[in-house]
Design a protein around this ligand. Structure first.
Ligand SMILES: [Zn+2]
Length: 344
């Protein structure tokens, strides 16, 4: 057992305290606050990244369970204590291979799997490989579940894709989660999925039809409803003004993600992502034409970036409590409280 004495930490009410924290096997046994404190060198709750394709030279699509253990270790060193390895649109075997690695992985930080493809709109596919975009299919959820076992299963679904309502209902009834994205859906289509249990939107603004002031559409729905919105707050994928709009509209309902890929955390290199060659140089990942292709940011940088808009403590909440809530894991991770994960 580890005992941290007179340690400054950020409490679940987002005030700073000095107190004693006892931890066993990375789980908090007790937290005894003594007094309110200044934020200096405070211990923060572990971040939770619900959308990450890889980092530090590891690509989730090719990762074994031991690769995921390595990725988890590197992520913890950088403040991320829980994550969902995220699959891109690909053939069924490749997606199931990741589900199998996730299911087998004993690392506490591997909370589940996020399957970003294949149930997307061809028009808003982003960098995803069009060949693998398909109508919704409940059997993919069943197969993923058989491998991922009791881990979290989260799908990104375009509300306009064929069979989305039935799929969303099926996934949410069976303990999974649905996020809406890669889409040009109208407001009604989004509401239909929200009614069937979808609880978030995938990377707000990115791979999403822009807001039309008369026709509305997914972006107007995402900015005005009560669901959570993922946000890549790296200042590259979404500019500062758009981050500001997101905060003003969503207030407490933002979820910071990295959407990082294999090349994140590396100085430079050449990688393959979604079947394309991607070059990492000077903090950017681009394809051969210089088009922005993937994210190389670490979540902690996105938190600092967002902090300039909403304040540091709120930005921490967007990267810890909120993502944990989106995947139903806030009882296990996301704040410094008894019974929750804390890596020190
Ligand atoms: Zn992604």
């Amino acid at each position: 057992m580890k005992k941290l004495c007179d340690r400054v930490y950020l409490g679940p009410d987002y005030n700073y305290y000095t107190g004693d924290i006892c931890i066993e096997d990375d789980v908090i046994l007790s937290v005894i606050p003594k007094e309110k404190s200044e934020p200096k060198q405070a211990l923060l709750p572990p971040f939770v990244d619900v959308h990450i394709h890889g980092s530090y030279g590891i690509d989730c699509m090719n990762a074994s369970d031991s690769d995921l253990v390595m990725l988890a270790k590197r992520l913890r060193e950088n403040g991320v204590g829980g994550f969902l390895p995220t699959a891109v649109a690909s053939d069924r075997d490749s997606i199931l291979k990741l589900a199998e690695s996730v299911g087998k992985c004993k690392d506490k930080s591997v909370l589940g799997i996020h399957i970003e493809g294949p149930f997307l709109s061809g028009e808003y596919k982003g960098i995803m490989d069009e060949r693998y975009i398909l109508p919704c299919d409940n059997t993919l959820f069943d197969d993923v579940k058989s491998y991922a076992k009791d881990k979290v299963i989260r799908f990104t679904v375009a509300p306009e894709s064929e069979g989305s309502e039935g799929f969303c209902k099926y996934v949410c009834k069976n303990g999974g989660y649905v996020s809406m994205g890669h889409s040009g859906a109208d407001n009604e289509q989004c509401r239909a999925l929200s009614k069937r249990g979808a609880n978030s939107y995938t990377h707000l603004f990115n791979a999403m039809a822009p807001l039309h002031h008369r026709l509305g559409g997914i972006l107007s729905e995402a900015l005005s409803d009560e669901l959570y919105c993922e946000l890549i707050a790296d200042g590259v994928h979404v500019n500062k003004e758009a981050l500001n709009i997101a905060y003003k509209c969503k207030k407490e309902k933002l979820v910071l993600i990295s959407d990082a890929f294999e090349g994140a955390g590396e100085e430079k290199g050449t990688y393959s992502f979604c079947g394309k060659t991607i070059y990492v140089l000077n903090g950017k990942a681009t394809d051969i034409n210089g088009r922005l292709a993937a994210s190389v940011g670490e979540l902690k940088k996105n938190v600092l970036n967002m902090a300039s808009i909403c304040g540091f403590e709120t930005a921490v909440k967007f990267a810890s409590e909120n993502p944990a809530r989106v995947i139903g894991k806030f009882e296990k991770i996301g704040s410094i409280e008894e019974g929750k994960l804390l890596f020190v």
